[in-house]
Design a protein around this ligand. Structure first.
Ligand SMILES: [Zn+2]
Length: 266
């Protein structure tokens, strides 16, 4: 049975939620006080900012000692919090972290202040050393299997993407039978490029709705069949430039829709 699958949702890493839960105020001048918990029921651990002492045993705390906090933001040393002798699993290896966290009886989340994102971020997980040893062994034992699964998933995405582009191209040619085949291919590839935020990646386009396909064609025609790029270079006004070339675009679209070739530009 896979250990990963048996992890309850609440125990899975949820850094975003933690960011919302952070306690603001009474911290160092550059960061708010670290939160007591990183996710519900799991203590957060961070290096103490200024010096101070543990509110339970009054041990002096220096800047590089890890502490957790009580509900009021006061530092508690790890032995007092029952978190002594844990080992850190640095963030990055999701399978290792999940497995170690799942098996460890005591868990804390190591957090650090990020000046860039201005929030406390997860940097690692503190677990019992034996849990890390066991998790590493499990990860080594099935690393081949996980690599194969990752590879298959990646191949599946490539195939799905290729099929989607083919469907998109077919939709372009259905609406605009006069569109040259090579251009239909370009329109589909360009619009469907992954992570581009272009029209082909929207939900409407994925449902191959006519309007989304039409928008992709218009964008293509604007750049390839009108002098839009020259116009916008000259006046730097997107709206005005688009309105200037609207007529030329309509001519091309009308020709393509009727199955004729586009009128030549320039
Ligand atoms: Zn203490």
């Amino acid at each position: 049975m896979s250990t990963q699958r048996t992890i309850p949702r609440s125990a899975a890493p949820q850094p975003r939620q933690a960011a919302r839960r952070r306690v603001v105020g009474s911290g160092s001048p550059t960061s708010p006080a670290p939160p007591a918990e990183h996710q519900p029921g799991i203590p957060a651990v961070a290096k103490v900012g200024a010096s101070g002492s543990c509110v339970r045993c009054e041990t002096k705390l220096a800047g590089d000692i890890l502490v957790t906090r009580d509900g009021k933001g006061n530092p508690i040393c790890l032995p007092c919090a029952g978190l002594a002798n844990l080992t850190v699993v640095p963030s990055g290896d999701v399978a290792l972290t999940r497995r170690a966290q799942w098996q460890s009886g005591r868990v804390a989340i190591l957090i650090g202040w990020s000046p860039r994102s201005k929030r406390w971020e997860r940097r690692g997980t503190l677990v019992e050393p034996w849990a890390l040893v066991s998790a590493k062994a499990q990860c080594e034992a099935d690393s081949e299997k996980r690599n194969v699964a990752r590879q298959r998933a990646s191949e599946r995405r490539v195939i799905e993407d290729r099929e989607y582009r083919a469907l998109f191209r077919a939709a372009v040619l259905r609406l605009y039978p006069g569109c040259p085949r090579a251009e239909a291919t370009d329109i589909a590839s360009h619009a469907c490029e992954k992570h581009s935020g272009r029209v082909g990646r929207t939900a409407e386009a994925k449902a191959l709705e006519d309007e989304a396909v039409r928008l992709a064609v218009i964008a293509h025609v604007r750049h390839l069949h009108t002098n839009y790029d020259t116009v916008i270079d000259a006046n730097r006004d997107k709206r005005k430039s688009r309105s200037t070339v609207r007529g030329s675009i309509q001519e091309v679209l009308a020709a393509w829709a009727s199955g004729r070739a586009a009128p030549t530009t320039e």
